[in-house]
Design a protein around this ligand. Structure first.
Ligand code: HEM
Length: 408
């Protein structure tokens, strides 16, 4: 009995020794095969680390760099602004795990970057919108997607142009706004309340009608899960962006947030796909005059049926992209705008006076919105004070000269 056990352990020892050598050999072979690539990688990495060391920045920890500083994602932007103040508004470095991020707060430098062809690609951090959105207008990346990105942008942008949308959907906006005002009137003289509860369903409702042609508030008054769930998924993505150890999707999916995210994504895709299928099943070719009155979904399906230049899956991703782009930003800005107007009664009086002067009826039309100059200034100032899209992450492909330094 004893010798049997010993022989088993001997076989195991041999087995592990052999296994160890096989692994070493494979690594060695891989190293020799990719020696030049590895050397190049190490050289580039060395340059990057050396360059980062020339910039000011917060203290880093091994492996995770500065990631812990922004783990409270709700306050991530506030934390970055505070860091920027501590660095006297200078360009500074920030290590998100092994990934170097250069924060450029100077508006003149930002202008140089966003107008440079060397920074035309979105940063890899946008890839974390996958698999919720793959290759949409916000997160398209790489040369292949760039061609698609430009084609989709050319197609979709005119449909989203402020004036055009207002013109096409003025009736809908007027109708829905009256509903919101009625609900807000119930709150007059009742003390403080959180306006977001009213704004979320209103903006979500109007966004879904504009894009898909159906309301987000159901007949029983409940809000369609797509609305709140896409927001939860977006927040989970931002949470993941601040945690480089969750970048591999398989690791993210082990976490509770990751599992919830993948379930939401499945349901959101099903919801949009059902709408695309219905639009295809009921398809009738649109005439030019119909096109300007169409929800984005029907416009894209019409384009797909006539040109075969789009696929249902591409339509799915563009619709989710634009939904997030509109819903998340307008919801935030509308709440902050109402707060600002409430906090500044003098501005409120001026806005009211201007609206009464410009509007001829109970409802507003597109030309009238263009004459609300003071309101426009207040909206712009609110966006300046509370930028809802405060970071423009870009990846550089070559050296760019900023006001006082080079980086690549
Ligand atoms: C206050 C409201 C809004 C703000 C502050 C805002 C901000 C931004 C920012 C900063 C980006 C660039 C992201 C990047 O390049 O990294 C962006 C992209 C985009 N936004 Fe908005 N947005 C707002 C409203 C809207 C609305 C209402 C729509 C649609 C009607 C929209 C559609 C888009 C689209 C399609 C993109 C991607 C296009 C591209 O990258 O070229 N946004 N938005």
């Amino acid at each position: 009995m004893m010798s049997w056990l010993q022989s088993v352990s001997l076989i195991q020892d041999n087995f592990f020794t052999l296994g160890f050598f096989v692994v070493v050999l494979i690594i060695l072979r891989g190293f020799l095969r990719y020696r030049e690539d590895i050397q190049q990688f190490l050289e580039d990495r060395g340059k990057l680390v050396k360059f980062a060391a020339t910039l000011p920045g917060p203290k880093t920890l091994p492996l995770i760099g500065n990631a812990l500083a922004i783990r409270d994602t709700e306050k991530a932007i506030l934390t970055l602004s505070k860091m920027s103040r501590d660095m006297n508004g200078e360009t500074f470095r920030f290590w998100l795990g092994p990934f170097l991020k250069i924060v450029v707060p100077n508006p003149r430098d930002i202008q140089i970057i966003i107008s440079s062809s060397k920074a035309a690609h979105k940063d890899d951090v946008y890839k974390l919108m996958e698999p919720g959105v793959v290759g949409g207008l916000i997160n398209a990346n790489g040369d292949y997607s760039m061609t698609k990105f430009l084609a989709h942008k050319k197609l979709i942008q005119p449909m989203l142009n402020g004036g055009l949308v207002m013109d096409r959907f003025a009736k809908l906006f007027n109708f829905k706004s009256r509903g919101l005002v009625k609900r807000l009137e119930e709150k007059v003289d009742t003390g403080e309340f959180d306006v977001i509860e009213f704004i979320t369903s209103f903006i979500g409702d109007i966004t879904l009608e504009t894009l898909v042609g159906r309301p987000a508030i159901l007949e029983n008054g409940e809000v369609m899960p797509f609305l709140t769930e896409t927001q939860t998924a977006l927040h989970a993505t931002i949470y993941r962006m601040a945690r480089p150890w969750l970048y591999p999707y398989s690791l993210f999916c082990i976490t509770k947030k990751g599992r919830e995210y993948s379930e939401i994504i499945k349901r959101a895709h099903e919801f949009i796909d059902d709408n695309v299928s219905q639009a295809v099943d009921n398809y009738k070719p649109a005439k030019t005059e119909d096109i300007i009155n169409m929800p984005l979904l029907h416009f894209l399906v019409d384009h797909m049926m006539k040109t075969q230049e789009l696929t249902p899956v591409e339509i799915r991703y563009e619709l989710i992209t634009v939904f997030i782009a509109i819903f998340e930003t307008l919801e935030g800005i509308s709440c902050l705008l109402i707060l600002m107007i409430a906090m500044h009664p003098e501005a409120q009086r001026k806005i009211r006076k201007e609206i009464l002067q410009v509007m001829r009826n109970e409802t507003i039309n597109e030309p009238e919105t263009k004459r609300l100059n003071y309101l426009d200034l207040v909206i712009r100032e609110t966006i300046r004070l509370f930028p809802v899209g405060p970071v423009l992450p870009r990846k550089t492909t070559d050296e760019i000269k900023l006001s006082n330094l080079y980086f690549s």
